[in-house]
Ligand binder design. Structure first.
Ligand SMILES: *Cc1c(COP(=O)(O)O)cnc(C)c1O
Length: 377
C-alpha cells in the first residue's frame, strides 16, 4: 500500500470544476494583481478568523515580514520567538534587521513556554530589555500557543504580538481563533497548509483599523498616495488567481479539518490498541481546537531508523524540524550552543510527522500503524 505524506490530487478532483471556471474568468478579465477576488477573500478570512480585517499578501513569510515592518520593528530591535519552528519565523525577524531571542518550548504542545519567556525577560540586561519589541508565538502543527499568558506578558512589557498562524487556520484557544488574539496574525496559503493555494500566498489579520490601512500601504511599496512615499514597503501583493482558489477551498475547510481530527483520533486509538503507547507519544490536545496541519508522534528511541523503515514501506513521513533555529549556521553569531534549549533539541531528535490529510482512508491509517508495530516488534 502507498501512503504519501500528502496527496493534493484527490482534493483537487473534488473542486476541479469550480477552480477551472474561476481561473477562466480571471484569464478573460486579465485582472491578475489584487482586485475583487483578493478583497472578497480578505473579508472571508477576517470573518473565519474572528478578526476585524485581513490583508492578502504574497506568502506566509511575507505576512511575517510585513507585520514586523508595520510594527516598525527594525535594526537592533529584539523579538522573542521559538527555536522550534519553520525557518521563516526567525528569518523574517533577521531580515528587518532585528535580533531573534529564542525561548524554549513546552514539551507537551511544542509551543513557546510563557514561563520561560518571563524568565528570559527578567534576566535581560537593561540595555537589551529596552530594545525588546515583540513576541512571535507560533501555533505549531495546528495547535495554538498559550495565548492568555503570551498576551499578558506582552501587555506587561509593552510588546507587540505577532501570531505565526501559518499552520493554524481555524485553530482555537479558549474559543478564540488563531489570528484574532495578537496585534497581527500571519497565515500561509502554501499548498501543504490546511488551506493552500495553487502556488504561494498568505494573509495578515488584524483588529486595528490603523494597522489595516498601514498594511495595505506597505504591501505596495509604502506608496500613499501612489508614487508618494513617506515609508518604504515592498511588493507583498496577493494574486487574484490564488485568492480565487483559496476562496473556493475555504468553503470546505471545516469539513477537511473535521476529517483531519478524525484521522488523528484513529491514529491515537490504533496506536494504543497496538500497545505502542509506551514507545510513542501521540499529540496532546490542550483546551484548543487542534486543526492537525501535522500529526506528530514522539518516539523515545530509533526515530531515524523508524523513518527509513516507513519510507521503505511506502509510508511518507518527515521530520519537522531536524535542526532547531538556535543551532542553524546563520545564527552562529548569536552565541547559542547545543544544550541551550533542551526541550526543542529533544523534539528535533525524537519527533516524526505521519500522513494526516483529509483524503486518507481508514485502511491507510491502519497500514501506517501496522508498519510502526512491525518496526518495534
Ligand atoms: C509555512 C510556514 C511559514 C511560511 O509560509 P510560506 O507561505 O511558505 O512563506 C511560516 N511559519 C510557519 C510556522 C510555517 O509553517
Amino acid at each position: 500500500m502507498q501512503v504519501p505524506l500528502l496527496d493534493l490530487k484527490a482534493q483537487y478532483q473534488s473542486i476541479k470544476d469550480e477552480c477551472l471556471k474561476v481561473t477562466q474568468d480571471i484569464y478573460e478579465s486579465q485582472y491578475f494583481i489584487l482586485g475583487p477576488y483578493v478583497e472578497k477573500l480578505e473579508k472571508e478570512i477576517a470573518e473565519y478568523c474572528s478578526a476585524k480585517y485581513a490583508v492578502g499578501v504574497s506568502s506566509g513569510t511575507d505576512a511575517l515580514l510585513l507585520s514586523l515592518m508595520a510594527a516598525k520593528i527594525g535594526s537592533g530591535d529584539r523579538v522573542i520567538t521559538t527555536p522550534y519552528t519553520f525557518f521563516a519565523t526567525a528569518g523574517a525577524v533577521s531580515r528587518v534587521g532585528a535580533i531573534p531571542v529564542f525561548v524554549d518550548i513546552e514539551p507537551d504542545t511544542y509551543n513557546i513556554s510563557p514561563a520561560k519567556i518571563d524568565a528570559v525577560i527578567k534576566e535581560m540586561p537593561n540595555a537589551a530589555r529596552k530594545t525588546l519589541k515583540a513576541i512571535i508565538p507560533v501555533h505549531l502543527y495546528g495547535q495554538c500557543a498559550d495565548m492568555n499568558a503570551v498576551t499578558g506578558i506582552a501587555k506587561d512589557n509593552n510588546l507587540v504580538v505577532i501570531e505565526d498562524a501559518a499552520q493554524a487556520i481555524g485553530s482555537e484557544y479558549q474559543k478564540k481563533r488563531a489570528g484574532s488574539m495578537g496585534d497581527f496574525g500571519c497565515f500561509s496559503f502554501f499548498p501543504s497548509k490546511n488551506l493552500g493555494g495553487f502556488g504561494d500566498g498568505g494573509i495578515v489579520t488584524t483588529n486595528s483599523e490603523d494597522q489595516y490601512d498601514n498594511l495595505k500601504i506597505l504591501r505596495v511599496h509604502g506608496g500613499h498616495p501612489k508614487y508618494y512615499h513617506s515609508q518604504i514597503g515592498g511588493n507583498f501583493r496577493l494574486d487574484a488567481l490564488q485568492a480565487a482558489i483559496v476562496s473556493i477551498k475555504l468553503k470546505y475547510l471545516d469539513q477537511w479539518t473535521k476529517t483531519r481530527q478524525e484521522n488523528a483520533e484513529k491514529y491515537k486509538s490504533l496506536i494504543k490498541e497496538a500497545g505502542l503507547n509506551h514507545t510513542i507519544t501521540v499529540p496532546f490536545e490542550k483546551e484548543n481546537r487542534h486543526i492537525y496541519n501535522q500529526f506528530i508522534i514522539q518516539v523515545a528511541e530509533r526515530r531515524d531508523e523508524l523513518k527509513e523503515f516507513l519510507i521503505s514501506n511506502n509510508v511518507g513521513c518527515e521530520i519537522y524540524y531536524p535542526v532547531p533555529l538556535h543551532l542553524q549556521e546563520c545564527f552562529a553569531d548569536r552565541g547559542y550552543s547545543s544544550g541551550d534549549f533542551p526541550v526543542s533539541e529533544y523534539a528535533a531528535e525524537h519527533t516524526l510527522a505521519l500522513p494526516v490529510y483529509p483524503e486518507l482512508s481508514e485502511e491507510q491509517i491502519v497500514y501506517v500503524v501496522d508498519q510502526i508495530k512491525k518496526f518495534y516488534a
